[in-house]
Design a protein around this ligand. Structure first.
Ligand SMILES: [Zn+2]
Ligand SMILES: [Zn+2]
Length: 312
């Protein structure tokens, strides 16, 4: 601008000294007006944010049959209860919203995300109870949704189509299934992109995926369930260096958190192992999908809280 101003000056012409001062002021006014106008008119990146809608593992917290802390404290109202692990992505300008996983807490989570409107897409990770059974709230017994868009892998979609009561949701068009191919991005409006990727997990009825969620400004990984990082053909550290936010499986902080359950039957990476892998990574690490017995609850600073928001 300074250069432009200088170029516009009628430099070194005699007898113009008074008008030169006036011209300079005029230029300053034009520059300020132009700057304000440009700032106002410049295209702004679409305003997407990621919202944490639930923290706990599949069974929630307080958990059935758990009478000790933290479940007892939550029942007594001394600490907040925790909804089942889920996130949403919402556009502040248009209100467009996408839900990741349909948990047993879906009604409250949809209300938190959209005020009650069925989201513009529901992306499922896999066929364990905390991750898809919330679809039941879309059927005839409840709101009778019309073609609610549900994104799932081929195996997950086949499972829903072939097994009641889910098959009725498909047949009566309460939900409309879109197949997501692993590693093939799904482009959504206003610069949002979602890519599923396969992760190793107990795949009894369906396969399991995590999601890469790319907004105009930031990228997030969402992997609520994975058996072990070493059983994966990908390197979590490399992925974490390519994103800004990593929301990862925080089921257990240590082997003791599984209580009497046989850990080999319900494998998950321990939180300290995940922290070590991601030390120095570009992504900020946040744990989600927290077991009710996880003793890091309430102490660890890297466990998500319901209602947390991240810019995308
Ligand atoms: Zn789970
Ligand atoms: Zn699972």
């Amino acid at each position: 601008m300074e250069q432009a101003a200088r170029a516009n000056q009628p430099a070194k012409l005699p007898g113009r000294s008074r008008s030169r001062g006036a011209g300079k002021w005029a230029l300053i006014v034009v520059w300020i007006t132009a700057t304000v106008w440009t700032f106002d008119q410049a295209p702004r990146a679409p305003d997407w944010k990621l919202v944490v809608l639930g923290v706990a593992q599949d069974g929630g917290m307080p958990h059935l049959r758990c009478t000790e802390p933290p479940c007892a404290d939550a029942r007594a109202g001394r600490i907040p209860a925790e909804k089942v692990s889920s996130i949403g992505v919402v556009n502040r300008d248009t209100g467009a919203a996408y839900l990741f996983d349909a948990t047993p807490d879906l009604p409250a989570q949809v209300h938190a995300l959209t005020g009650g409107r069925v989201p513009d897409g529901i992306f499922l990770t896999h066929g364990h109870i905390g991750h898809y059974t919330g679809l039941m709230y879309l059927g005839k017994e409840t709101i009778g949704a019309r073609d609610a868009p549900v994104y799932a892998t081929r195996r997950m979609a086949d499972y829903l189509s072939a097994n009641g009561p889910w098959s009725l949701l498909v047949k009566d068009r309460h939900i409309a299934l879109t197949i997501v191919e692993p590693d093939r991005p799904v482009s959504l409006p206003d610069g949002l992109r979602v890519t599923a990727f396969t992760v190793p997990h107990r795949d009894e009825f369906t396969d399991t995926v995590g999601y890469l969620i790319e907004g105009p400004r930031r990228k997030a990984l969402f992997i609520p369930d994975i058996d072990q990082w070493d059983r994966w053909d990908r390197n979590i550290r490399e992925l974490a260096d390519r994103v800004d936010i990593a929301l990862l499986d925080g089921t257990f902080g240590s082997a003791q958190d599984a209580g009497a359950r046989d850990m080999s039957q319900i494998p998950h990476p321990m939180m300290p192992v995940t922290r070590e892998r991601l030390t120095g990574a570009r992504a900020a690490l946040w744990f989600i999908h927290i077991n009710h017995r996880n003793t890091e609850r309430g102490r660890a600073k890297d466990i998500v809280r319901e209602g947390m928001e991240f810019e995308l």
